[in-house]
Design a protein around this ligand. Structure first.
Ligand code: NAD
Ligand code: MG
Length: 396
């Protein structure tokens, strides 16, 4: 970093990853500054963050919330400039106001700003895995063409990145093993999951996260999205991407080489470690996370294979990766609709995989030649899943 201060846009600032990123940034005022903060619709939370971090710019996605943001900044006596909408966000993450972008919007809504940062050659700390599942090839190509550096901050991919920092010169790589906590329902049969509540599904045993990814962890769709994410980030085929359930969530992933070596990265389950890696790489900075005391953590590391019968979402994600083209965009969109309906208590837990399967069957994969084709698949999948929910066509 040569003593220069990095300017960071935190996109999805009011969320769980946003809070962890801002916590690390605030620990290093001489080398890091949050210059742009962006959020979806929660003006009060964004205003609070602006008062603490004093960014140059604040962006709210919802146009209806713009006046409240502008007036709130003025009333607080802050000189942060208010903006709203996608175009403003894309201009800010591409422009001179930041050299680093924390991409932490949840869902496919994160793709436009992540793509803009990639084209502009920024350092991208990528948490928004859905953008890679929707348009992985295009996003990686845009990053390559724009000269952007993507540092994955999903904990598993950050672990792999640390074991394999030069992602495309990995001679001798044999396979990647993503670890999974197994979520709150590890060990349960499929039948016993029919009546689980939203509260049970979002109560993750090891990680504190936003509601959507918490449900994804309970269905194991999160691990499926991560297999697809790893495929794009590290250029590794499905046959060399394995998943192991590791309930302690201390080994964040493993990389095996042809010589018999396996490298792993370990640490407490706290996203600030991965964010600190991304913010300072190739240097290391304090993150606020303490070191790992394996004895204090129970003195053991357990591993078991995932149960694809109880958790079919992981199988569906592998199948979508195999099908290629628009299939992973369809998988992601149907899952977003299903998880949102589950969180609103409109469908049961087992309807999530059922809806994803129904939508994938209704929309066979076609080649994904353009962003427009992927967005069309995304829209059509959302429509089909929404109709199936309204018609109560899925009985799970
Ligand atoms: P969250 O729900 O806590 O926060 C989401 C953020 O996105 C909020 O700031 C919200 O305002 C913003 N947002 C939503 N829609 C928006 C829009 N249209 N425009 C602008 N901003 C918008 O979610 P989270 O748990 O922080 O997860 C964020 C992303 O990081 C997800 O893709 C998730 O899969 C990934 N991730 C999260 C964790 C974790 O520990 N939370 C770990 C790994 C990966
Ligand atoms: Mg993860």
């Amino acid at each position: 970093m040569n003593g220069e201060q990095r300017t960071v846009a935190v996109v999805g600032a009011t969320g769980s990853i946003g809070a962890s990123a801002l916590d690390v940034i605030a620990r290093h005022p001489a080398r890091l500054r949050a210059s742009v903060l962006a959020a979806g619709s929660n003006v009060a939370a964004l205003l609070q963050l602006c008062a603490i971090h004093r960014p140059r710019h604040a962006v709210i996605a919802s146009e209806a919330a713009y006046a409240a943001l502008r007036d709130g900044l003025r009333d607080a006596g802050l000189d942060t400039q208010a903006h709203c909408g996608d175009a403003a966000l894309e201009a800010l993450v591409s422009g001179d106001e930041c050299d680093t972008v924390v991409a932490a919007i949840v869902g496919a809504a994160g793709l436009p700003s992540t793509l803009a940062a990639a084209r502009a050659g920024k350092r991208i700390l990528l948490a928004n895995k859905e953008s890679l599942v929707l348009a992985g090839e295009l996003l990686m190509a845009a990053a390559h063409a724009g000269g952007a550096t993507i540092v994955p901050v999903d904990s598993e991919h950050n672990a792999i990145f640390q074991c394999l920092p030069d992602a495309h010169a990995h001679a001798g790589l044999k396979r990647i093993i993503l670890t999974a906590s197994g979520g709150p329902f590890r060990g349960r049969t499929r039948a016993s999951l029919a009546d689980v509540s939203v509260e049970q599904a979002v109560a993750h045993p090891k990680w504190s996260m936003g509601p959507k990814i918490s449900v994804d962890s309970a269905t194991l769709m999160n691990k499926g999205l991560e297999v697809i994410e790893a495929h794009h980030l590290f250029g590794v085929g499905r046959d060399r991407l394995d998943v192991l359930v590791h309930p302690q969530s201390l080994v964040h992933s493993l990389v095996e080489f042809v010589d018999g070596s396996t490298l792993a990265q370990l640490g407490l389950p706290d996203m600030r470690t991965a964010l600190a890696v991304g913010l300072a790489w190739p240097e290391r900075i304090a993150s606020g996370v303490s070191g790992l005391d394996l004895i204090a953590q129970g003195g053991r590391l357990d591993f078991e294979p995932p149960d694809l019968d109880a958790f079919p979402c992981l199988r569906l994600a592998y199948a979508a990766l195999d099908a290629g083209g628009t299939a992973t965009a369809v998988l992601n969109a149907a899952n977003e609709v299903a998880v949102s309906a589950f969180l609103q208590r409109r469908i049961g837990f087992l309807a999530i995989p059922a809806l994803v399967e129904h939508t994938l069957a209704a929309l066979p994969a076609t080649p994904a030649t353009s962003l427009a084709a992927l967005y069309e698949a995304d829209r059509e999948a959302r429509r089909i899943a929404t109709v199936a929910i309204a018609d109560k066509a899925i009985h799970a």
